[in-house]
Design a protein around this ligand. Sequence first.
Ligand code: ADP
Ligand code: MG
Length: 670
Amino acid sequence: MYFPVYLQERERMALSQAEVVKQSIQEVRRSLPVFPYREDLLLAIQQHQILIIEGETGSGKTTQIPQYLMESGYNEGGMKIGCTQPRRVAAMSVAARVAQEVGVKLGNEVGYSIRFEDCTSERTVLKYMTDGMLLREFLTEPDLASYSVVIIDEAHERTLHTDILFGLIKDIARFRPDLKVLVASATLDTERFSCFFDDAPVFRIPGRRFPVDIFYTKAPEADYLEACVVSVLQIHVTQPPGDCLVFLTGQEEIETCCELLQERCRRLGSKISELLVLPIYANLPSDMQAKIFSPTPPGSRKVVVATNIAETSLTIDGIIYVIDPGFCKQKSYNARTGMESLIVTPCSRASANQRAGRAGRVAAGKCFRLYTAWAFKHEMEETTVPEIQRTNLGNVVLLLKSLGINDLIHFDFMDPPPHETLVLALEQLYALGALNHLGELTKLGRRMAELPVDPMLSKMILASEQYKCSEQVLTIAAMLSVNNSIFYRPKDKVVHADNARQNFVVPGGDHMVDCLLFLFFKSNFRWCYENFIQFRSMKRARDVREQLEGLMDRIEVEVCSSEGDSVPIRKVAGYFYHTARLSKGGYKTVKHQQTVYVHPNSSLFEEQPRWLIYHELVFTTKEFMRQVCINANSSWLLEVAPHYYKNKELEDSSSKKMPRKQGKAKEELG
Ligand code: ADP
Ligand code: MG
């Protein structure tokens, strides 16, 4: 077929120690690249308040450094060591590994905290958590007084929450001289971190890497998923032993790829040796996640099909072959229309190089890039744009305002967000009533900030009190937080699955479907199985709901039911902000006149009601609205948001101006 086509370049890296064979946990710990630097590192930490730590992925930054700190008493007096991770999966997996290394039960001395899941206790001194969770801790403990050390790990990922943490932590470090701050990063951009933190010293952990041969395709691949499958099988049949790592962009692709691989291996039967196919992505249950780390039995080969979580956050030993289609799923944000979308885009050269590097950890490896050398040089960006510059800032602005930070324009951003994005976030929060016309936090805004969900969801929950439907709205908020993973649609049973889904179509729209499903659920695994509903997602929704319900007391919302009446629920769907109206061939958003469509998975796909409220917009082949419900008419909008909608905007007859605007919107889409 198309590969291996030619050897484009060879990364030269120092060859060092041979592969480590079976060792005890302590031996493994001592064999990691960071270990020889243990004393120097501890000394540097003692001498400097802020230290940047740079080291190859897999050198032991995340699992070892917090343990060194524990071993040298940084947890004395009940003080905590916190370590942030951009990803939930990484926080959980790393905490589990470290608990095992320390020899304690996960959740005791070593624990983790991610949104809607707190696996820590009174005894926890080493706490792994998502960057978003540490950010929320500022609300209850603005000086992080219970921490002796905060490690901002995977800093190079530059997630929105990590970037905000940079600013906040730099600030509190000034009046908490006893607090140690470590900023850990793969070998990218450490100079910039140092510069941001007032020239903090950089501690470099020399890596150990073997050479990686990089192959490119001669021509672009039309179907990269198929190309991945073929590549894996070719490697399996023609290449010497060694595990394989494939980078795809998300759960659906990963599942498809795994199915295809398993199916083709079955067909080849005993003609080939065993191929263990293991997926890894954020929503995978943790027992399945753990499988990727178990050693490959002799005579077989493991292939891990991963999102870019395996780029730097998780290190899987034994990988010799990497297959990189060169894509990732990236959020982007149009600050003019307020439209957020998750789009598969080419990854950056920095990402591609990190991915290739995964092949050279235990021996010389090979990386197969399913794109051309030309594309690598000319079509990929040098580095990924920090998330803060391509996302909605509503959540973060609300949080910062709650922390008393009013002047956001002058907040200490490492890279400031675009001005329009900041302004739009302020406008949205004003529209939701969280800020007053001076941009100050209102009482409502303060209560909204207490809830760990998006401002629109928290507004919906708070508004539900007035409309006496908080029971249902809590359910909807919980279901939306596990969104799009409720229904299961196996390729070989598409018709059955779709029929099952039809049984749950109820008037009103997807929000009502969510309520119904939740009502039927009652932890019944069999029921889920028979109706093609993912038990795990439902269970998660139930947990999320429990937690949200637990917070109702604190924000003084009385929990009561609308008793089967969907009108109040649809009215408060705080999403008045996300409203669309039927228009020729599709819908148009009311505020920005953007052409959008109902997602085929929605229960309202066929119905096409006049007014809709949508939860989110996703761009796949078109601009789709996902999770929609019917909004009876424009008077509802005027009722719930008189300050936001003008009667004129909501006039039903298409005005003369429409065609021109339509044309404009189309141009922009095209
Ligand atoms: P870094 O943070 O520098 O990228 P880590 O501390 O994550 O490095 O990883 C160090 C080593 O710990 C890896 O080489 C890997 O072998 C091991 N390791 C990390 N997480 C796990 C896990 N969940 N299970 C088994 N081994 C792990
Ligand atoms: Mg790490």
